[in-house]
Design a protein around this ligand. Structure first.
Ligand SMILES: [Fe+2]
Ligand SMILES: [Fe+2]
Length: 188
């Protein structure tokens, strides 16, 4: 069984996965055919699949997802600003994917998490690790064009926007996710 707060959080993950799929779908459509577009296509297919796995996970527990009209990315993109080039898209993505991975890893350590939720998180985290990895590689490939120092500074700017977004998320929804925050190493 899922508590009402767990149900809310898994619904929130699901909404963020759908938002991610749509974001990368648009980015993939803008790219010319080639290896980067192929990775982007895999990426948005993964995010759509993750939303589906969360739906199935909730169904298997006999509950329905809540309809949420907002996702983490909405606030994050507002705080970080609209990316002005593909390097900035990748940088925003890298920081966000790490946040997701960190959050799912933390959730996995919450005592008493139902097995279907654990299995779903583990399955998704395999893909999220690949997302972090291909984007890291793609950013590295852009170093000759943008310069490593500029890319690093962009990543730091987006990391600051993410920390600010997360702080606001906790301000707003802290009570709902308290069970998650009690896990060791949950400072960030
Ligand atoms: Fe995902
Ligand atoms: Fe991802």
């Amino acid at each position: 069984m899922l508590s009402e707060n767990e149900r809310w959080l898994v619904s929130y993950y699901r909404a963020s996965e759908i938002t991610g799929a749509m974001f990368f779908g648009r980015i993939a459509k803008m790219q010319r055919p080639g290896p980067v577009q192929a990775d982007l296509t895999q990426h948005f297919a993964d995010e759509a699949q993750h939303a589906r796995w969360f739906t199935e996970c909730m169904e298997s527990l006999g509950i329905t997802p809540l309809k949420l009209s907002f996702a983490y990315q909405d606030d994050y993109l507002k705080t970080a600003g609209v990316p002005s080039n593909f390097m900035e898209v990748l940088s925003i993505t890298q920081v966000f994917e790490k946040r997701i991975l960190h959050t799912y890893a933390k959730h996995l350590r919450v005592a008493g998490t139902p097995t279907p939720v654990k299995r779903t998180l583990q399955r998704i985290m395999r893909d999220e690790k690949w997302h972090v990895e291909w984007v890291r590689q793609a950013l590295q490939d852009l170093e000759p064009e943008y310069g490593k120092a500029h890319i690093d500074a962009t990543l730091e700017r987006h990391a600051a926007a993410d920390r600010e977004t997360y702080r606001r998320f906790l301000d707003e929804h802290g009570q709902r996710v308290e069970f998650l925050l009690q896990v060791k190493g949950s400072a960030a």
